[in-house]
Design a binder for this molecule. Structure first.
Ligand code: PLP
Length: 476
């Protein structure tokens, strides 16, 4: 598959159809419930078991909506319903026995092992060993939990936390409140990175490294996103991590927009720790369970529970019973002894409903051949969208600009379009009226993310035609 601007300009729809026809991953779209245009416009709860809801085949409307919002909430995989029904059947017929009793013919693990099964499936997606990941809690909670273990402002006189100036608010709040929790003032202990050259705060690696260097002697921790939620910029995770390590700084990566979107090699990149949510490109459902990575070197447990002072054999953390070694978990001895690995950072028994939903979606990733395969398509898909946008009329292009880096290596699936001030409301309304779903970040940005698991090249053509029509209305 080669995507060229010339062929886009000649007949974009024809070209898109050829690309879709030749797409080796086109089958994965069939794994998802793609709402019709009338469904997405409806204000009524449909019959939950109607074929139109179960399979997405709407007898009243065969035209599918153009869903380009996987950066915010992924669509529902068809398997999710099946697996959740199997989970419900287990609970309905087994009650508490579901924790330990395997059922013949069930594709689901016993509940006591559900987190391990999820870790096994998510590990290749983040490039880690199974023991380095835990499927648990939610993203922001996991930032706090990691900081409870690894942010130690009392050690070595290093106390500052560095983050980007336009960080996702939750990350910003987590840092501010952690600092206050330790009796520190964010005004003097929080360092934010701003671009000196980009008004959109697209940061160069050099800008990031220079801030790290400037504050190296007083900085304990760096928190950065793998992909920036607003601009869609993909950061150079290995280079930044290595540089921070040189200066004795612990690095946590927020992978909300990177997980399932771009290939990650957290272990090989020597990342200290990372967090993610699973409802965006991982398609697990709104607010579903998150995850964290802790490099094996940061999670060893060197003492036995029977040793004197076993707590000196591991990094202290805010703990709960689910982080305890399974072998001693049910002894209920009131002596915390974490299992080594990321699982030792778990707190509560996880929502098996959530894990079932997540694992259903991860099965689809497996069927697709993994993130690296998806990334090949994603680069083409987003590149095609970019070319279509670039070949719009000069009149249209005067009304927006792409703020996401143009280099495919510095972005994932998402392109962020900065509209001229005052256009956002009209453009969003007009797109919605055409069955096109993207998301907005006020005051002026729309984020458009073709997800390779379920979007087509033709979706990109539909979007750009819709955008042209929306811009025409906004000009009136
Ligand atoms: C970059 C980033 N960080 C943090 C969050 C917060 O995630 P949660 O609400 O799951 O804690 C989000 C949510 O969209 C996000 O995009």
């Amino acid at each position: 598959m080669v995507v060229s601007a010339a062929s886009v300009a000649a007949d974009p729809r024809q070209r898109a159809r050829e690309l879709d026809r030749d797409d080796p991953l086109s089958f994965t779209r069939g794994e998802f419930v793609i709402p019709s245009k009338s469904q997405i416009a409806s204000t009524h709860l449909p019959d939950p078991v109607s074929p139109a809801v179960v399979t997405g085949d709407d007898p009243n409307d065969s035209s599918k909506c153009i869903y380009l919002c996987g950066n915010s909430l992924g669509l529902q995989p068809k398997r999710t319903r099946t697996r959740i029904e199997q989970f419900l059947a287990t609970w309905a017929t087994q009650g508490v026995q579901g924790h330990f009793k395997p059922l013949k013919g069930s594709p689901l693990p016993t509940w006591v092992n559900a987190d391990e099964r999820a870790a096994e499936l998510v590990a290749p997606i983040v490039g880690a060993s199974k023991s380095e990941v835990a499927v648990m809690q939610t993203l922001t909670t996991n930032i706090h939990l990691l900081m409870s273990a690894f942010y130690r402002p009392d050690v070595n006189g290093k106390f500052k936390i560095i983050l980007e100036s336009k960080a996702f608010p939750s990350d910003h709040f987590a840092v501010e409140t952690q600092l206050r929790h330790h009796g520190l003032d964010p005004a003097t202990s929080m360092v934010t990175i701003s671009s000196k050259t980009s008004s959109d705060n697209v940061l160069t690696t050099e800008e990031i490294l220079s801030v790290i260097e400037e504050h190296a002697s007083t900085t304990a921790l760096l928190l950065l996103p793998g992909i920036q939620y607003y601009t869609g910029q993909l950061f150079d995770i290995p280079t930044i991590t290595a540089f921070a390590h040189k200066h004795g700084i612990f690095v946590i990566w927020d992978l909300a927009h990177a997980v399932g979107n771009v290939p990650l090699s957290l272990h090989d990149w020597d990342v200290d720790a990372a967090v993610w949510c699973s409802y965006k490109y991982l398609n697990s459902g709104p607010g579903c369970i998150g995850g964290l990575f802790v490099h094996s070197r940061n999670s060893t447990v060197t003492r036995l529970i029977t040793d004197e002072k076993p707590e000196e054999g591991y990094v202290n953390r805010l703990a709960g019973w689910w982080g305890n070694d399974k072998a001693t978990r049910f002894i209920m001895a009131n002596k915390f002894h974490p299992v080594s690995g990321a699982a030792g950072f778990q707190i509560s028994n996880p929502s098996v409903l959530d894990i079932t939903s997540l694992c259903a979606s991860l099965e689809v990733f497996h069927a697709a051949g993994g993130v690296a395969k998806l990334r090949e398509k994603s680069i083409l898909l987003t590149g095609f969208l970019e070319e279509l946008l670039d070949s719009m009329s000069e009149e249209d292009k005067a009304l927006f600009r792409i703020i996401t880096p143009r280099d495919p290596k510095q972005r994932g699936a998402q392109l962020s379009l900065m509209l001229k001030p005052g256009l956002l409301e009209t453009v969003m309304r007009e797109l919605e009226a055409r069955g096109i779903v993207v998301d907005e970040r006020k005051p002026d940005v729309i984020r458009v993310a073709p997800a390779p698991l379920y979007n087509t090249f033709e979706d990109c053509v539909d979007f750009v035609e819709g955008l042209a029509a929306a811009l025409a209305v906004s000009r009136k």
